[in-house]
Design a protein around this ligand. Structure first.
Ligand code: AMP
Ligand code: ZN
Length: 135
């Protein structure tokens, strides 16, 4: 598997590791969007969140929970992001949670700034989605 994050897990390529659990590790992003941009990943290779076992998922997010206060202390606000799949903007196909310190002077804005226009759905489209996605 030619995966850059698997190589970080195995120690084949270096990274500024911050913390490890039995199933997850966190390290500094090598091309940070802000000072203190951190990634948290499962040790096992999975492309998407739903490919992980619920145990791995719980371990991953407990490490996010541990690290978030450290990252958040840098600026007082943090963006958490997961690009879950290639078309969602995922460039490294190994699950990773971004923790990016934010500030009022950065250019990122709110989540709605990521998209050019807002969708206007009909009532029936909303009902159909509700039916499709609910328990
Ligand atoms: P994404 O675009 O959501 O797949 O994010 C991949 C992230 O991995 C980007 O923020 C990159 O800067 C980061 N990245 C790529 N290569 C490395 C590396 N060798 N060490 C640490 N972070 C990396
Ligand atoms: Zn991998």
């Amino acid at each position: 598997m030619d995966c850059i994050f698997c190589k970080i897990v195995s120690g084949e390529i270096p990274a500024k590791i911050l913390s490890k659990t039995s199933q997850s590790i966190s390290f500094l992003d090598a091309f940070p969007l802000a000072k203190g941009h951190v990634l948290v990943i499962p040790k096992n290779h999975h492309q998407k969140i739903q490919d992980m076992s619920s145990d791995e998922n719980a371990d991953l997010f407990s490490l996010v929970h541990k690290i978030i206060s450290r990252v958040d202390s840098l600026t007082g606000s943090t963006l958490l992001a997961v690009h879950n799949g290639k078309d969602a903007g995922q460039e490294v196909p190994h699950v990773h949670v971004h923790l990016v310190p934010r500030s009022s002077s950065d250019s990122a804005g709110a989540i709605h700034n990521m998209f050019d226009s807002e969708l206007k759905l009909t009532e029936s489209e909303i009902d159909e989605l509700h039916h499709k996605l609910k328990d």
